[in-house]
Design a binder for this molecule. Structure first.
Ligand code: AP5
Ligand code: MG
Length: 215
């Protein structure tokens, strides 16, 4: 199965994508994580993307499409995948259609998480991510067993560079202007499934998985 998960910054895309990927034995492909890895490696892409990400703006489409095509062609994508953070504007959605045609894959469903702005602000403010494996926690809503340490791999938990309040507000603005229209694009294709993203993580995962049964 090949899926997309859409939602505002902090709506829980990464959290749900990881849980769905584990339950359905598929690969989570997060463009945010791919870009942060490039920034960490100080690659050419990372040098271009870092400043744009810290301002909360979108990285150019050609960079994103290059990363996506490269990733879906790797062996571990064979069982299917879930895109987390992609596509993020209509141009990327159209380019994904072309890419799916080229590699003879297709998208089975698009999961849309609905979460109001105040919840998004609380969630991003308390988020911590593992420096080593990218697992996502929240200091109050989803704390690790030991403060500052990843349950999954023992790695150090850090705050992302784009969590300043000003940057989060711009990420929300960019989402409303550029990413929200992507929902209409997939609604028109009959692929969109919307969910109340304010529910507990476990309830939401169960709801999404059972809705996917009918896909
Ligand atoms: P990206 O990494 O995709 O960030 P984002 O869209 O802003 O989304 P987040 O990762 O902040 O939130 P999330 O929805 O994954 O929520 P999470 O699960 O962590 O992108 C970062 C930047 O990279 C962009 O700004 C852009 O510059 C660039 N970029 C990336 N992709 C791009 C593309 N395609 N094109 C161009 N540029 C691109 O959850 C948030 C918190 O809430 C966590 O602490 C979690 O523990 C908690 N939480 C989650 N679910 C629940 C729940 N149900 N109940 C309680 N707490 C919860
Ligand atoms: Mg994320």
């Amino acid at each position: 199965m090949r899926l997309i998960i859409l939602g505002a910054p902090g709506s829980g895309k990464g959290t749900q994508a990881a849980r769905i990927a584990e339950r359905l034995d598929m690969l989570q492909i997060s463009t945010g994580d791919l870009l942060r890895a490039e920034v960490k490696a100080r690659s050419e892409i990372g040098r271009k993307a870092g400043a744009i990400m810290n301002g909360g703006n979108l990285v150019p489409d050609d960079i994103i499409l290059h990363l996506i095509e490269d990733r879906i062609r790797q062996d571990d994508a064979i069982n299917g995948y879930i895109f987390d953070g992609f596509p993020r504007n209509i141009e990327q959605a159209k380019a994904l259609d072309r890419l799916m045609g080229k590699v003879k894959h297709h998208i089975d469903a698009v999961v849309d998480l609905e979460v109001p702005d105040d919840v998004v602000i609380t969630r991003t403010a308390g988020r911590r991510v593992c420096k080593a494996c990218n697992a996502v926690y929240h200091v109050e809503l989803n704390p690790p067993r030991e403060e500052g340490v990843c349950d999954a791999c023992g790695g150090e938990l850090i705050q992302r560079d784009d969590e300043k309040e000003e940057t989060v507000r711009n990420r929300l603005k960019v989402y409303k202007e550029q990413t929200a229209p992507v929902r209409d694009f997939y609604r028109a294709k009959g692929l969109l499934r919307s969910f109340d993203g304010t529910q507990t993580m476990a309830t939401l995962t169960d709801q999404i998985i059972s809705a996917l049964d009918t896909v």
